[in-house]
Write a protein that binds this ligand. Structure first.
Ligand SMILES: O=C(O)CCC(=O)C(=O)O
Ligand SMILES: [Fe+2]
Length: 181
């Protein structure tokens, strides 16, 4: 597990470097996003037993991920769904040897909403026990999060990561709109 988590950490760093290059952020901001010191690196193992009537059950309720990036391993069994405006819930079929990469709330804030967050949920499978492994990557909890200084008109207020996570725990999907300017 430790080895897996470390590999995910390295992959997140590399992905963030590529993603943030497109925003042309300052070196200081880049260091904040990819900092290893005190960074949050959380591995969550999700287990969804099979269910004879999947439409009557939910594996994981609709949400957006809170940190910067999530690397999700679906382990080959379908169940992940994303909400697409105008279309409704849409299945994300697992692709062998591929991760699902989710933009989290903190990256959405940092990108001044340029990178959208997607509401997603997990459904249970009728015949197969499903397991997924989610790696959440984020900056230190005591650090500040705000839109990058590259944006002339920041559309979110600045707050600490910890303040945002407390707000999210209380307000769930309303948290982002509550810090809108
Ligand atoms: O199990 C899945 O496919 C989704 C897991 C997820 O969204 C999460 O752990 O935040
Ligand atoms: Fe999630």
């Amino acid at each position: 597990m430790d080895a897996y988590q470390n590999q995910m950490k390295v992959l997140s760093h590399n992905l963030l470097l590529i993603i943030l290059e497109t925003l042309d952020v300052t070196q200081e901001e880049l260091n904040w996003a990819i900092s290893t010191h005190d960074a949050q690196a959380v591995l969550q193992l999700n287990s969804y037993p099979s269910c004879p009537n999947p439409s009557q059950a939910i594996g994981l309720a609709p949400h957006t991920d809170s940190l910067l990036l999530t690397l999700l391993n679906q382990s080959g069994v379908s169940g992940l769904e994303i909400f697409v405006e105008g279309l409704g819930w849409s299945q994300v079929q697992p692709i062998e040897d591929a991760f699902v990469v989710n933009v989290g709330d903190l990256l959405h804030i940092f990108s001044n909403a340029k990178f959208p967050v997607l509401t997603h949920r997990a459904m249970v499978n009728q015949s197969k026990h499903r397991i997924s492994v989610a790696y959440f990557h984020g900056p230190p909890v005591e650090s500040k999060v705000a839109p990058s200084s590259k944006f002339q008109k920041p559309c979110f207020k600045s707050l600490t990561v910890k303040e945002y996570l407390i707000l999210k725990a209380k307000q769930f999907s309303n948290a982002l709109s509550l810090i809108r300017k």
